[in-house]
Design a protein around this ligand. Structure first.
Ligand SMILES: NC(=O)c1ccc[n+]([C@@H]2O[C@H](COP(=O)([O-])OP(=O)(O)OC[C@H]3O[C@@H](n4cnc5c(N)ncnc54)[C@H](O)[C@@H]3O)[C@@H](O)[C@H]2O)c1
Length: 304
């Protein structure tokens, strides 16, 4: 009897959530205010990080900008101050160095306060086939794209838990959902970042900590220069994305407290197909869509 009651409760609640989701596909979900929130963005010196900073400045958040590239980061800080007239602080920090993350995090806590929105965005790509990729570059991919997330969570999550208030944002990638040839170390690091963010989301949910939200972002290629030279054979389903569009979608997902954001939408379908289709059909489709050759022209970001 007890288990029948439990089942009916779960069924009823699921129906309610389904209904709520349907309503929010017609009427846009209300967006929360981030005015006065302390938003830390790693990799703020260029690309998505810079655009995210500008967007949050317009929303009157307090910005804490981290990047290993001092010049780029300070440039973002100037742009943010000009844009929003908001408080912005630039810190040079190599996120791949655990001790440096802890040291700069302590400095932020003293000088700015407790971070309430943490956006792990810093990332690198080697773009080499596995056997041609030097060990130290593969290790670096993991240090920046994944391990940095461990250290920043260790530094900023305790205060979020104490205040039951916060938002954890993981910029993973569609390469964190689907393996890609020529991107083995990048994919592995992005799968790890995804798995870590989802596991902490589960850990918080199991403890009924409801005030800390999670958003995990998985975009396809974006025109920021990181994947310069890469191509798509299916631009209607898998277009190379405009950075402004991606940032608009990310900020919307944060404000609407969405847990998962895959861009473009076709990525949701690819993940679904991967889990139901026989692997051989999957390979035929990947070949047909030209996915095997997306990395062929890779040149990556030009060094300054
Ligand atoms: N560009 C794409 O096609 C694409 C697609 C999917 C996901 N992503 C992810 O989006 C995020 C942003 O990438 P982007 O396209 O804006 O690239 P980008 O190269 O313009 O920005 C990355 C930033 O991270 C910084 N960074 C690198 N190593 C660092 C370190 N050790 N410590 C601190 N900062 C460091 C860089 O200086 C740079 O400012 C990355 O995590 C990337 O993997 C990018």
């Amino acid at each position: 009897m007890d288990s029948a009651k439990q089942f009916l409760t779960v069924f009823g609640k699921s129906l309610f959530v389904l209904l709520e989701t349907l309503v929010f596909t017609v009427i846009p979900k209300p967006r929360k205010s981030v005015a006065g929130e302390i938003v830390l963005i790693t990799g703020a010196g260029s690309g998505l990080g810079r655009l995210l900073a500008l967007k949050f400045a317009r929303l009157k958040a307090v910005l804490v900008l981290w990047d290993v590239n001092k010049e780029g980061n300070e440039e973002t800080c100037r742009m943010v101050r000009d844009e929003g007239g908001t408080r912005a602080y630039a810190y040079t920090c190599d996120c791949s160095q655990k001790e440096e993350v802890y040291r700069v995090a302590d400095q932020v806590k003293k000088e700015v306060g407790d971070v309430t929105i943490l956006i792990n965005n810093a990332g690198i790509v080697t773009g080499k086939k596995f056997l041609n990729c030097p060990d130290e570059l593969m290790e670096k991919s993991f240090d920046v794209n994944f391990k940095a997330h461990l250290w920043t969570y260790k530094a900023f999550l305790p205060a979020m838990i104490a205040n039951n208030h916060g938002h954890l944002v993981c910029i993973s990638s569609s390469a964190g959902l689907l393996g890609v040839n020529g991107l083995a170390d990048y994919c592995a690091s992005k799968f790890a970042a995804f798995g870590f963010a989802e596991s902490i989301f589960m850990e918080l949910s199991a403890q009924k900590i409801t005030g800390i939200k999670t958003t995990i972002v998985c975009p396809f290629f974006i025109k920021t220069g990181m994947f310069e030279g890469c191509t798509t054979d299916c631009p209607s389903l898998l277009p190379i994305l405009e950075p402004e569009y991606v940032v608009r979608k990310i900020v919307d997902a944060i404000l609407q407290e969405k847990t998962y954001l895959y861009i473009p939408r076709f990525i949701y379908f690819m993940v679904f197909l991967k889990s139901i289709l026989p692997n051989k059909i999957g390979l035929l489709l990947v070949e047909y869509m030209g996915i095997f050759s997306v990395m062929n022209g890779f040149v990556g970001k030009k060094k300054n």
